[in-house]
Design a protein. Structure first.
Lengths: 101, 462
């Protein structure tokens, strides 16, 4: 399993993660090695009848659908890099995905 | 302890011990802030609490109100949580003193505590070696005698592996035994808060306090807190299984010797010992390193510089902001795992990796059920394949690093409880052995650990 530089860049775009040109060769090499290693699970015959194992309670409990104050020691304005009038401020959306993929 | 003056003395003595342990880079909380917080907590703590005055350090991926919660990452530098973890709230309600935040691999991704944005933690007995990870700061502080117990977290062995390498006790509870509310998510179907302690008793006491139902976490079971068992006189009636897959021909000879001695002692205590097979063990690490990065890639999508944490770019485009913040804010190992997780979940690869890994996980869990159904109460295995390794030794080889977890990931995949305890040393370096128990039968597992701890020469050469 060999991951190309282009594949790393494509995945990085999906993950919204900048990867520098210098980091690409090592990253591609390490990802290839890891994927080759984990692919050994395919040596086990297909087990279509096996139900996925999910730990924890059999059924998730739901809380009552009530509006309650959010129990925070302080509000988001104290945490946010930029916050105004109850909103998180971010730069505008530039190009859509189609334009840079 | 029930006297406020004793609690205050404990707070001050803890601060002094943490200052002495500073060389380990195990505690991320500045000493002045820590001293002040410990004294304030000691003055406010209720003397009737079962942990009154007991200092407990907390891994830095567990939210606290008193201290920052950085997860060992630059992307959460200076982050102060507006709420605290249920486990921390329960500790405080029991009178424990939160003794600062401990260093860890970034977002708990690592097995050596070298992947922290705040520098690596040193092994308490040999500064050229790693303390294990990702809860390496918690393990190092307990091993150095700075605190009697500390909280850690487990996704693939991050409590037991450092406990083993540092010569302390580490407990990973059954998935659902302890609330995950306030534990920063890495792999949600695997994550559990665990405990490291100087002894089985110290770790078990803390586990008992933090366990039990929590309406804030729907994956936490509706159960009462764990009741601590008595220390048994013998292991008469226990059937301990020895899975042959955990004792490969190339196992480190010292690890094998220490395990053989521990098994012999279990027999002398009256336990019946029998070999068992867990045939899918060889696929546990590959399975884990598909599922955990997949879950991580989703859980870590929230760190984008929009709502909290630092923002690494003043770009006019929001997507450039996300990419730069995440690219600069995450370290190399976290970036690698996010990319791997995104890859295995992407169209065209999902069936070959993620879906197949989910099936493997079910087969691994079934292996354990089969062993327990055949009358085995507990399993005993080495915790790690070797003692603490040299710093830097595995940094350039991720697969070699991942294989440090080879004996621990199975319990996480199957959601089972496990405890690691010291069973000997090699050239002064600690070795751990673990009991893996049946789901929600931590009491049986603790009984066996209490009994073995009493007789095993945990600090002697194996």
């Amino acid at each position: 399993m060999s991951v190309t530089h282009d594949e790393v860049l494509k995945i990085a775009r999906l993950a919204e993660l900048d990867v520098s040109e210098e980091a690409l060769p090592l990253l591609a090499e390490q990802m290839s090695r890891i994927l080759e290693y984990v692919a050994q699970i395919n040596a086990v015959p297909a087990s279509e009848g096996v139900k996925p194992f999910v730990p924890g309670p059999d059924a998730l409990r739901f809380r009552a659908d009530e509006v309650k104050p959010i129990p925070l020691a302080f509000g988001p304005e104290a945490l946010a890099p930029a916050f105004k009038d109850g909103f998180f401020l971010v730069p505008k959306l530039g190009a859509f995905e189609g334009a840079d993929s | 302890m029930s006297d406020p003056s004793e609690a205050l003395a404990s707070a001050k003595a803890t601060a002094d011990r943490l200052v002495k342990a500073k060389r380990l880079n195990a505690c991320l909380t500045p000493v002045g802030e820590l001293r002040k917080a410990l004294v304030t907590q000691a003055q406010a703590a209720h003397p009737s609490g079962v942990l009154y005055g007991m200092p407990v350090a907390v891994k830095d991926n567990i939210c606290t109100l008193e201290f920052t919660t950085t997860c060992g990452s630059k992307i959460l530098e200076s982050y102060r949580s507006p709420y605290e973890a249920t486990a921390v709230a329960k500790l405080k309600a029991a009178g424990a003193l939160i003794a600062g935040k401990t260093n860890c691999d970034e977002f708990a991704m690592g097995s050596s505590t070298e992947h922290s944005a705040y520098g690596r933690t040193l092994h308490p007995f040999d500064k050229t070696r790693v303390p294990g990870g990702s809860s390496g700061g918690s393990a190092a502080l307990v091993a150095a005698g700075a605190v009697p117990a500390a909280l850690g977290s487990e996704t693939g062995g991050s409590v037991r592996q450092p406990a083993s390498l540092c010569g302390v006790v580490g407990i990973k509870p059954t998935y659902g035994r302890v609330s995950r509310w306030g534990l920063v998510a890495f792999g949600s179907s695997l994550d559990q808060i665990g405990v490291l302690g100087r002894s089985v008793h110290d770790a078990a006491r803390v586990l008992s306090v933090i366990s039990g139902r929590d309406p804030k976490d729907s994956t936490c079971e509706e159960r009462d807190p764990l009741r601590l068992p008595n220390v048994p006189e013998s292991l008469q009636g226990f059937v301990i299984g020895i899975p042959k897959e955990y004792f490969p021909a190339d196992l480190d000879p010292a690890v094998r010797r220490a395990c053989d001695r521990a098994v012999r002692l279990c027999k002398e205590l009256g336990a019946a010992v029998r070999e068992v097979a867990l045939p899918h063990t060889a696929y546990a690490v590959p399975t884990y390193y598909i599922l955990a990065p997949a879950e991580a890639s989703s859980n870590l999508a929230r760190y984008d510089g929009a709502r909290y944490g630092p923002r690494f770019d003043g770009s006019a485009d929001v997507r450039a902001l996300y990419r730069t913040t995440r690219g600069e804010g995450f370290g190399a190992e976290v970036r690698r795992r996010i990319l791997l997780g995104t890859y295995v979940l992407s169209s065209g690869y999902y069936d070959a990796y993620y879906r197949k890994a989910q099936q493997m996980r079910a087969l691994i869990a079934q292996d354990f059920r089969n062993a327990f159904d055949r009358g085995v109460d507990l399993l005993f295995t080495p915790t790690t394949p070797s003692p603490a390794f040299k710093a830097g030794e595995k940094l350039d080889d991720p697969v070699a690093m991942y294989l440090s977890d080879i004996f621990t990931v199975t319990a996480n995949l199957a959601g089972l409880p496990a405890i690691s305890l010291p069973i000997g040393r090699v050239k002064g370096l600690p070795l751990g052995g673990q009991f893996i128990g049946q789901a929600f039968l931590e009491d049986e597992m603790l009984e066996a650990a209490y009994a073995l701890e009493r007789v095993v020469p945990g600090t002697e050469e194996a």
